[in-house]
Design a protein around this ligand. Structure first.
Ligand code: PMP
Length: 283
């Protein structure tokens, strides 16, 4: 790999891009991130991701990086310099460099790091075959609505899924599914789409917001409420959404096949609508 990446105002070859060992992102996971998907060389849902980034920064009293107003241009430049057709742009802002201390530093300059990743999204095998999930206890912190880089527990959950022969994990708290390890979770019963409502318990997915809007426009019924793993196992179908997977069907939960054990029609239709609409709106 020899990508051009962006670090604090400079475009550099990836092997020359560095951040200080005193960066609070490294020492304290004092950092937030976003992932904007790229399709046909264009950015999907850019405005939504930047709005959520602004909110994450504000919830943590973190200053905006000095290139905040140039983020669209930098995204486009990374897509162009790395000839990305399909994949994503990863963006991370940290509180910056300061001697190690729990107290936020007063005058640290936020660190901004961005890089591209090429990945097949449209033709991914998971979209065709569906994914198998296991349930694990949700042991993350209580502000999951802030998109921080504290991703160790989600990594552990994905490793547990892999060890169990599954593809991903759904997280469960007080008996109810919160969300997937890196995506929002949905079930479908008698044509009704059920997903947990927004709160501090889950990330407010940008893909979730669009998919629920498209579902309503297509006269599908959406119920935002808690559901259990048992209810999910008895559902007709299930799916997940995220910027990097769009809408992806779930075909098995804790070893129980859903419906016919194959991707369902509601997930399939929403995936088609999502791809069509995001393609039209890509910038
Ligand atoms: N929940 C979690 C825990 C996530 O990590 C993600 C993806 N980053 C999502 C939901 C989906 O959010 P989005 O649609 O904005 O990618």
């Amino acid at each position: 790999m020899n990508r051009t990446v962006f670090v604090n105002g400079e475009y550099l070859p990836e092997d020359q891009a560095t951040v200080s060992i005193f960066d609070r992102g490294f020492l304290m996971a004092d950092a937030v991130y976003e992932v904007v998907s790229v399709l046909d060389g264009k950015l999907l849902e850019f405005a939504g991701h930047i709005k959520r980034l602004e909110r994450s920064l504000s919830e943590l009293d973190m200053a905006k990086p000095k290139d905040f107003d140039n983020l669209l241009e930098i995204h486009r430049e990374l897509v162009a310099r790395n000839s990305v057709q399909e994949g994503g742009i990863y963006l991370q802002v940290t509180r910056g460099v300061a001697d190690r201390d729990f107290i936020y530093p007063k005058d640290a300059e936020p660190t901004l790091v961005m890089f591209s990743q090429e990945r097949s999204i449209i033709g991914s095998p998971a979209a065709k075959a569906g994914v198998k999930v296991i349930s694990v206890e949700d042991q993350r912190w209580g502000r999951r609505d802030i998109k921080t880089v504290q991703l160790l527990y989600p990594s552990m959950a994905k490793m547990m899924a892999k060890a169990a022969g599954a593809d991903d994990a759904w997280l469960v708290e007080d008996g109810f599914v919160t969300e997937g390890s890196s995506n929002n979770a949905y079930i479908v019963k008698d044509g009704k789409i059920i997903t947990r409502s927004l709160s501090h318990d889950i990330l407010h997915g940008i893909t979730r917001a669009s998919v629920l809007r498209y579902a309503a426009e297509a006269q599908m019924v959406v119920e935002e409420r808690n559901f259990t793993i048992a209810e999910a196992q008895a559902a007709d179908e299930a799916f997940i959404t995220s910027a990097s997977t769009f809408v992806t069907p779930v075909v098995e939960i804790d070893g129980t096949k859903l419906g016919a054990g194959a991707p369902g029609p509601v997930a399939g239709r929403l995936r088609e609508i999502y791809i069509e609409e995001s393609r039209k709106a890509a910038i």
